[in-house]
Design a protein around this ligand. Structure first.
Ligand SMILES: C[S@@+](CC[C@H](N)C(=O)[O-])C[C@H]1O[C@@H](n2cnc3c(N)ncnc32)[C@H](O)[C@@H]1O
Length: 238
């Protein structure tokens, strides 16, 4: 039952199929991402149409899914030129989708206005101050009723947070699968990540004058997935 619920259908299957011809490592990564992250739940919170920016899009799975599951024009950016080159091949396999990918400098938010900006499992790779500044820059590029979506990990329950931290240590520090913008020396623990509590991020966005809403996305999942929405008017989660 658990696995059947996550089996890709429709747009999910098409997005995964668009990885055909890419190296097995990228195809495997996309498949693992699909099964381990609640990407459809995040996409559900996007407006069905309009201009969407994904910051830290990696190989482009979520962007591709977002473009295919609505009438959206999606731009994905990432600091990792190798991943963007692969994402561009994914877009080339989906000629009917309005989907583009490009390399961006760390912390740079392409000029809007964007109807939605989405950041999925990226902020923890930055120091807390850089996370706050990236979110503020993103807010500045939103359309008047645009929505900011942040999918990160909750610090609770602690066993899930510990499992996630171990896995990220493997991906970032041991296997080098995930790129970080700069060498990190700003955490007291010496760890390469900064998992800011999503409630703290909601406080930052509230201070910037936005309404926020939060939702746990980790039911029957090993990782403590968590979604934060922010916009200038009340952002009820669909
Ligand atoms: C864990 S991966 C998540 C990729 C994708 N969002 C997903 O959900 O599958 C984190 C991504 O963030 C990118 N990244 C790290 N720091 C970044 C920054 N400052 N600006 C943009 N992307 C960044 C990495 O290159 C990597 O592709």
């Amino acid at each position: 039952m658990l696995l059947i619920d996550r089996r890709p259908t429709g747009a999910g299957r098409a997005a995964l199929r668009a990885f055909r011809g890419l190296p097995a490592s990228a195809r495997g990564h996309a498949a693992v991402r699909w099964w381990s992250a609640p990407l459809p739940r995040v996409a559900q919170a996007l407006p069905a149409t309009g201009r969407v920016l994904e910051i830290g899009c990696g190989h482009g799975l979520f962007s591709a899914f977002a473009a295919l599951s609505g009438a959206r024009s999606v731009v994905g950016v990432d600091i990792d030129a190798d991943k963007i080159a692969l994402a561009q091949r994914v877009a080339a396999n989906l000629p009917a989708a309005d989907l583009t990918f490009r390399v961006a400098e760390s912390g740079a938010v392409p000029t809007g206005p964007w109807d939605a900006i989405v950041v999925v499992d990226v902020l923890y790779l930055l120091p807390a101050a850089a996370q706050r500044s990236l979110l503020a820059d993103a807010v500045a590029q939103l359309a008047p009723d645009g929505v900011l979506l942040v999918k990160e990990m909750s610090p609770t329950p602690r066993w899930k947070a510990r499992w996630n931290r171990w896995q990220e240590t493997m991906a970032v520090s041991v296997l080098g699968i995930t790129e970080r913008a700069t060498a990190r020396d700003d955490t007291a623990s010496g760890e390469p990540f900064t998992f800011v509590d999503p409630s703290t991020m909601a406080g930052w966005l509230g201070d910037a004058g936005l309404w926020t809403a939060q939702q746990r996305l980790d039911r029957r999942r090993l990782h403590p997935h968590h979604l934060l929405l922010a916009r200038a008017s009340d952002p009820a989660i669909p």
